[in-house]
Design a protein around this ligand. Structure first.
Ligand SMILES: [Zn+2]
Length: 74
């Protein structure tokens, strides 16, 4: 689920700056030990990409979340 307010402002792809992983909020998995987006935001580890694409996240060396994207590139 996309979040309209700061720090993600309705963007689709959100990076975890701590683990260098990227999540797809349109396919967010909310089970325990899955995406943990709220926890990432609360910890101050959330960032977005410009443009808001998976390709841009990969260009910035972020790896895919195994739950919402899959196919780890590392
Ligand atoms: Zn995820």
């Amino acid at each position: 689920m996309r979040r309209q307010g700061p720090p993600t402002y309705g963007k689709r792809f959100v990076g975890n700056t701590d683990k260098k992983e990227v999540h797809d909020l349109d396919n967010e998995k909310t089970g325990p030990n899955e995406c943990q987006i709220n926890e990432i935001i609360r910890a101050g580890h959330a960032r977005t990409f410009t443009p808001d694409t998976l390709e841009q996240a990969h260009r910035e060396t972020y790896d895919n979340c195994a739950h919402c994207i899959g196919g780890s590139i590392r």
